[in-house]
Write a protein that binds this ligand. Structure first.
Ligand code: PGA
Length: 254
């Protein structure tokens, strides 16, 4: 696939996989994907598996991501994990503001933007998630919601930091539901987000930022979604838990 930006496909494992299961998955992925150079491939295991997975993928084309981090650097924040701790395991990416955290942990755009700044300060690349609920789409609020989330969660980033940031458009109604956005819905949302980036930063930055689609991405729909001009990769949940389906998504996008 001839794309303006290099595709980036990330697997968000969520709260799945013991260390042994995580190692089995990455060992299969390493074999399946050894020859892929056209796509940046990221795996995001739970915190407890980062250390072992980090060692297991050292000699591979897989890169490591975390699923969340604290906006603080150290101190009395029981149960939290900071950027410096992730860096110990060669983590390069961190998913921020996933809709499950927005919903269950009540994370706000203001908090997510603080986390993004803390990630950049540690040279971690944030994968910033935005997306509307079904009720918001039905009420024709999609663009309004995306505008608020994009402006709020990316507030305060420099142009250089924005270029090193990945945005993930994940319609909440498509996550884990088996319902995927149509290619038209995805392309429209991605183009809308890119326009907002041009307004907030500039045209050059907006052209360089990679915007992933997420929400029930499967081997069967990956190619069509990623063939859209403004879709630069995928954030994959359920289908990233099996080596065959995650590898096929990546191979189908090339
Ligand atoms: P899904 O999850 O692929 O299982 O829909 C995507 C995500 O939540 O990132």
């Amino acid at each position: 696939m001839n794309k303006e930006r290099k595709l980036i496909v990330a697997g968000n494992w969520k709260m799945n996989k013991t260390v042994a299961e995580a190692l089995a998955l990455v060992s299969d992925l390493k074999l399946e994907l050894a020859n892929v150079k056209e796509v940046d491939i990221v795996v995001c295991p739970p915190f407890t598996a980062l250390c072992e997975v980090s060692k297991a993928i050292l000699d591979s084309n897989l890169r490591l991501g975390a699923q969340n981090m604290s906006e603080n650097n150290a101190g009395a924040y029981t149960g939290e994990i900071c950027a410096g701790m992730l860096k110990e395991f060669s983590v390069r990416y961190v998913i921020l503001g996933h809709s499950e955290r927005r919903q269950y942990q009540k994370e706000s755009d203001a908090l997510i933007s603080k986390k993004a700044l803390a990630a950049h300060a540690a040279s971690l690349k944030p994968i910033m998630c935005v997306g509307e609920t079904l009720a918001e789409r039905v009420a024709s609020q999609t663009e309004k919601v995306l505008e608020t989330q994009v402006r709020g969660s990316l507030a305060g980033l420099s142009k250089e930091q924005m270029e090193e940031t990945i945005v993930a458009y994940e319609p909440v109604w498509a996550i884990g539901s088996g319902k995927t956005a149509t290619t038209r819905q995805a392309q429209d949302a991605h183009a809308f987000i890119r326009q907002r980036l041009a307004e907030m930063f500039d045209e050059t930055v907006a052209r360089r930022v990679r915007i992933q689609y997420g929400g029930s991405v499967k081997p069967a729909n990956a190619r069509e979604l990623m063939s859209q001009p403004d879709v630069d990769g995928a954030l994959v949940g359920g289908a990233a838990l099996e080596p065959r389906s995650f590898a096929e998504i990546i191979k189908n996008s090339i």
